[in-house]
Every structure is written in C-alpha cells, then in structure tokens.
Design a protein around this ligand. Sequence first.
Ligand SMILES: [Zn+2]
Length: 75
Amino acid sequence: MNYGAFQHDRKYCTHCQAYVAYLASPTLSYCTQCGGEVRLMSPKDWEVFNHERSSRPRPKRKKSTQTTRRKRSAV
Ligand SMILES: [Zn+2]
C-alpha cells in the first residue's frame, strides 16, 4: 500500500504542539504520536484565519474610504 499521501496531510496536536500525522475517524482525528485529539489548525493559526476572514472578507485592490470608516465604527 502507498501511504505517501499521509505525509502531506497533517493536523495540529495540542499535546505535541506541532503539526503531526494523524489517524482519521469519522468524527475525530488522533495524533499518531501521543494518541491525543488533533485539530485542523493550531489555535494561533485558527485565530489568524478567523481574523483575516472577518476583518476583510473580500480583499479589494482599490482602497476605498468606506472600508476604513467601517473598520473604525466596528471597533
Ligand atoms: Zn500528539
């Protein structure tokens, strides 16, 4: 069998604090190193990912004054 593809497929283990190879089950994924649950991303990466999505849902090349005003009023 070829397991080569798994090397590119990693998730974040909070125990190992690193992206690790994992065993996938229908609901959860487990670290192959310590057997703990793994996440799609590290908490830090997840934060950045969410922040980027919420703060600028659609990055535009044009700089409009409207987006600046929206940001200020949101904060
Ligand atoms: Zn682990």
